[in-house]
Ligand binder design. Structure first.
Ligand SMILES: N[C@@H](CCC(=O)N[C@@H](CS)C(=O)NCC(=O)O)C(=O)O
Length: 218
Protein backbone atom coordinates (compact mmCIF):
# COMPACT_ATOMS: atom_id res chain seq x y z
CA UNK A 1 0.00 0.00 0.00
CA UNK A 2 1.38 3.41 -0.95
CA UNK A 3 1.74 5.88 1.89
CA UNK A 4 2.78 8.78 -0.34
CA UNK A 5 0.98 12.07 0.14
CA UNK A 6 -1.75 13.14 -2.26
CA UNK A 7 -1.01 16.77 -1.35
CA UNK A 8 1.63 18.83 -3.17
CA UNK A 9 5.17 18.26 -1.87
CA UNK A 10 6.58 20.54 0.81
CA UNK A 11 8.98 23.12 -0.63
CA UNK A 12 11.66 25.25 0.97
CA UNK A 13 11.34 29.03 0.88
CA UNK A 14 14.52 31.00 0.01
CA UNK A 15 14.86 31.88 3.72
CA UNK A 16 15.53 28.23 4.65
CA UNK A 17 19.25 27.39 4.66
CA UNK A 18 20.15 24.37 2.56
CA UNK A 19 20.19 21.08 4.43
CA UNK A 20 17.88 22.34 7.19
CA UNK A 21 14.96 20.13 8.20
CA UNK A 22 12.25 22.51 9.38
CA UNK A 23 9.73 21.54 12.02
CA UNK A 24 7.08 23.97 10.86
CA UNK A 25 5.03 23.02 7.80
CA UNK A 26 2.71 25.60 6.29
CA UNK A 27 -0.15 24.64 3.97
CA UNK A 28 -1.04 27.71 2.04
CA UNK A 29 -1.68 29.57 -1.21
CA UNK A 30 -1.07 33.11 -2.47
CA UNK A 31 -4.19 34.70 -1.00
CA UNK A 32 -4.53 37.42 1.68
CA UNK A 33 -5.22 34.81 4.38
CA UNK A 34 -2.36 32.70 3.09
CA UNK A 35 0.09 35.61 3.17
CA UNK A 36 -0.51 36.32 6.86
CA UNK A 37 1.45 33.40 8.37
CA UNK A 38 4.11 33.54 5.62
CA UNK A 39 4.84 37.19 6.38
CA UNK A 40 4.99 36.56 10.10
CA UNK A 41 7.23 33.50 9.67
CA UNK A 42 9.64 35.53 7.54
CA UNK A 43 9.69 38.32 10.16
CA UNK A 44 10.37 35.76 12.88
CA UNK A 45 13.21 34.27 10.83
CA UNK A 46 14.78 37.72 10.43
CA UNK A 47 14.58 38.20 14.19
CA UNK A 48 15.33 34.75 15.59
CA UNK A 49 16.99 32.84 12.73
CA UNK A 50 15.94 29.95 10.52
CA UNK A 51 17.29 27.31 12.97
CA UNK A 52 14.54 28.33 15.36
CA UNK A 53 11.66 29.24 13.10
CA UNK A 54 12.54 27.65 9.75
CA UNK A 55 9.55 26.36 7.83
CA UNK A 56 8.64 24.71 4.57
CA UNK A 57 5.36 25.00 2.74
CA UNK A 58 2.96 23.16 0.48
CA UNK A 59 1.15 25.27 -2.11
CA UNK A 60 -2.27 23.63 -2.20
CA UNK A 61 -4.14 23.78 -5.49
CA UNK A 62 -7.74 24.98 -5.30
CA UNK A 63 -8.25 23.66 -8.82
CA UNK A 64 -7.33 20.17 -7.60
CA UNK A 65 -9.40 20.81 -4.45
CA UNK A 66 -6.39 19.84 -2.32
CA UNK A 67 -7.92 21.76 0.56
CA UNK A 68 -10.87 19.31 0.65
CA UNK A 69 -8.81 16.09 0.52
CA UNK A 70 -9.17 13.83 3.56
CA UNK A 71 -5.46 14.14 4.26
CA UNK A 72 -5.76 17.91 4.58
CA UNK A 73 -9.06 17.74 6.48
CA UNK A 74 -7.12 15.96 9.24
CA UNK A 75 -5.11 19.18 9.56
CA UNK A 76 -8.00 21.63 9.05
CA UNK A 77 -11.45 20.04 9.28
CA UNK A 78 -12.85 23.21 7.68
CA UNK A 79 -10.93 22.50 4.45
CA UNK A 80 -9.32 25.90 3.90
CA UNK A 81 -5.87 27.37 3.84
CA UNK A 82 -3.81 28.45 5.69
CA UNK A 83 -2.97 25.68 8.15
CA UNK A 84 0.21 24.89 10.03
CA UNK A 85 1.64 21.63 11.35
CA UNK A 86 4.23 22.17 14.07
CA UNK A 87 6.39 19.09 14.68
CA UNK A 88 7.92 20.68 17.76
CA UNK A 89 4.70 19.79 19.55
CA UNK A 90 2.41 16.75 19.66
CA UNK A 91 -1.21 17.35 18.85
CA UNK A 92 -3.30 16.18 21.83
CA UNK A 93 -6.03 14.92 19.51
CA UNK A 94 -4.16 13.21 16.67
CA UNK A 95 -0.81 12.47 18.35
CA UNK A 96 0.86 13.75 15.16
CA UNK A 97 2.48 17.20 14.82
CA UNK A 98 0.41 19.99 16.34
CA UNK A 99 -2.14 21.16 13.76
CA UNK A 100 -3.25 24.80 13.85
CA UNK A 101 -5.78 26.34 11.47
CA UNK A 102 -7.37 29.78 10.91
CA UNK A 103 -4.89 32.50 10.00
CA UNK A 104 -5.28 34.48 13.23
CA UNK A 105 -4.92 31.36 15.32
CA UNK A 106 -1.68 30.54 13.48
CA UNK A 107 -0.37 34.06 14.15
CA UNK A 108 -1.15 33.69 17.84
CA UNK A 109 0.47 30.23 17.93
CA UNK A 110 3.64 31.62 16.39
CA UNK A 111 3.61 34.64 18.72
CA UNK A 112 3.17 32.49 21.79
CA UNK A 113 5.73 29.84 20.91
CA UNK A 114 8.37 31.54 18.78
CA UNK A 115 8.36 35.28 19.56
CA UNK A 116 10.20 34.55 22.78
CA UNK A 117 11.39 38.16 23.27
CA UNK A 118 7.94 39.61 22.50
CA UNK A 119 9.25 41.62 19.55
CA UNK A 120 5.89 41.38 17.81
CA UNK A 121 3.77 40.79 20.86
CA UNK A 122 2.97 42.31 24.23
CA UNK A 123 3.63 41.06 27.75
CA UNK A 124 1.46 43.86 29.10
CA UNK A 125 -2.12 42.61 29.24
CA UNK A 126 -3.64 45.95 28.29
CA UNK A 127 -1.50 46.27 25.17
CA UNK A 128 -2.08 42.59 24.43
CA UNK A 129 -5.81 43.14 24.55
CA UNK A 130 -5.47 46.11 22.18
CA UNK A 131 -3.53 43.92 19.75
CA UNK A 132 -6.10 41.14 20.08
CA UNK A 133 -8.94 43.55 19.29
CA UNK A 134 -7.27 44.45 16.02
CA UNK A 135 -6.34 40.85 15.19
CA UNK A 136 -9.93 39.73 15.77
CA UNK A 137 -11.20 42.69 13.77
CA UNK A 138 -8.91 41.84 10.85
CA UNK A 139 -9.91 38.17 11.09
CA UNK A 140 -13.66 38.54 11.52
CA UNK A 141 -14.26 41.97 9.97
CA UNK A 142 -11.76 42.67 7.21
CA UNK A 143 -10.97 39.24 5.72
CA UNK A 144 -14.50 37.94 5.22
CA UNK A 145 -15.86 41.27 3.94
CA UNK A 146 -12.98 41.67 1.52
CA UNK A 147 -13.44 38.11 0.28
CA UNK A 148 -17.17 38.46 -0.17
CA UNK A 149 -16.98 41.86 -1.91
CA UNK A 150 -14.14 41.37 -4.34
CA UNK A 151 -14.05 37.66 -4.93
CA UNK A 152 -17.06 35.63 -4.02
CA UNK A 153 -20.01 37.86 -4.78
CA UNK A 154 -18.80 38.74 -8.32
CA UNK A 155 -18.07 35.05 -8.96
CA UNK A 156 -21.51 34.04 -7.72
CA UNK A 157 -23.20 36.66 -9.89
CA UNK A 158 -21.16 35.59 -12.90
CA UNK A 159 -22.46 32.05 -12.31
CA UNK A 160 -26.00 33.34 -12.04
CA UNK A 161 -26.34 32.58 -8.35
CA UNK A 162 -27.62 34.92 -5.73
CA UNK A 163 -24.92 35.98 -3.28
CA UNK A 164 -26.99 34.67 -0.41
CA UNK A 165 -26.51 31.13 -1.79
CA UNK A 166 -22.87 31.33 -0.80
CA UNK A 167 -23.70 32.35 2.78
CA UNK A 168 -26.13 29.48 3.06
CA UNK A 169 -23.54 27.02 1.78
CA UNK A 170 -21.06 28.25 4.35
CA UNK A 171 -23.60 28.01 7.13
CA UNK A 172 -24.41 24.45 6.09
CA UNK A 173 -20.73 23.53 6.17
CA UNK A 174 -20.38 24.89 9.67
CA UNK A 175 -23.68 23.92 11.23
CA UNK A 176 -24.50 20.89 9.12
CA UNK A 177 -27.32 19.98 6.86
CA UNK A 178 -28.36 16.79 8.53
CA UNK A 179 -26.19 17.09 11.60
CA UNK A 180 -22.78 16.54 10.01
CA UNK A 181 -21.41 20.07 10.23
CA UNK A 182 -18.30 21.16 12.06
CA UNK A 183 -20.17 22.41 15.12
CA UNK A 184 -21.85 19.06 15.51
CA UNK A 185 -18.54 17.26 15.08
CA UNK A 186 -16.98 19.54 17.67
CA UNK A 187 -19.79 18.58 20.01
CA UNK A 188 -19.18 14.86 19.56
CA UNK A 189 -15.48 15.46 20.14
CA UNK A 190 -16.27 17.21 23.36
CA UNK A 191 -18.22 14.15 24.40
CA UNK A 192 -15.28 11.89 23.51
CA UNK A 193 -12.54 13.94 25.01
CA UNK A 194 -13.61 16.48 27.55
CA UNK A 195 -10.05 17.13 28.67
CA UNK A 196 -8.97 19.10 25.58
CA UNK A 197 -12.35 20.16 24.40
CA UNK A 198 -13.73 21.70 27.56
CA UNK A 199 -12.01 25.10 27.15
CA UNK A 200 -13.04 25.31 23.49
CA UNK A 201 -16.52 24.29 24.56
CA UNK A 202 -16.74 27.13 27.06
CA UNK A 203 -15.36 29.72 24.63
CA UNK A 204 -17.60 28.73 21.74
CA UNK A 205 -20.71 28.05 23.72
CA UNK A 206 -22.53 24.73 23.61
CA UNK A 207 -22.55 23.66 19.95
CA UNK A 208 -25.43 21.31 20.60
CA UNK A 209 -27.75 24.18 21.36
CA UNK A 210 -29.31 26.04 18.43
CA UNK A 211 -27.08 28.90 17.36
CA UNK A 212 -28.97 29.90 14.26
CA UNK A 213 -32.16 29.35 12.40
CA UNK A 214 -31.75 26.44 10.00
CA UNK A 215 -35.37 26.52 8.90
CA UNK A 216 -34.72 29.20 6.32
CA UNK A 217 -31.80 27.45 4.75
CA UNK A 218 -32.51 25.53 1.61
N1 LIG B 1 -11.06 32.48 8.38
C1 LIG B 1 -10.14 31.71 7.61
C2 LIG B 1 -10.45 31.87 6.14
C3 LIG B 1 -9.72 30.86 5.32
C4 LIG B 1 -10.14 30.94 3.86
O1 LIG B 1 -11.24 31.38 3.52
N2 LIG B 1 -9.26 30.47 2.98
C5 LIG B 1 -9.54 30.49 1.58
C6 LIG B 1 -8.41 31.14 0.81
S1 LIG B 1 -8.11 32.76 1.39
C7 LIG B 1 -9.69 29.06 1.07
O2 LIG B 1 -9.02 28.16 1.52
N3 LIG B 1 -10.61 28.89 0.10
C8 LIG B 1 -10.84 27.62 -0.51
C9 LIG B 1 -12.16 27.03 -0.11
O3 LIG B 1 -12.96 27.71 0.57
O4 LIG B 1 -12.38 25.87 -0.46
C10 LIG B 1 -8.71 32.14 7.92
O5 LIG B 1 -8.51 33.32 8.25
O6 LIG B 1 -7.80 31.28 7.86
Amino acid sequence: MSTSSTLPALQSPPSLPEGTSPKLHLYTQGTPNGFKPSIYLEELIETYGAEKVGYDFAALSFQEADQKKPEFLKINPNGRIPALVDDNFTDPVTNAGMAVFESASILLWLAENYDTDSKFWFEDKLLRSKALSWIFFAHGGVGPMQGESFELVPVMYARGRKAEWRWKQDWKAVNGDKGHGLLVRLHSRTQRDRQWAQPAFSLLGDPSSPVGDERNIS
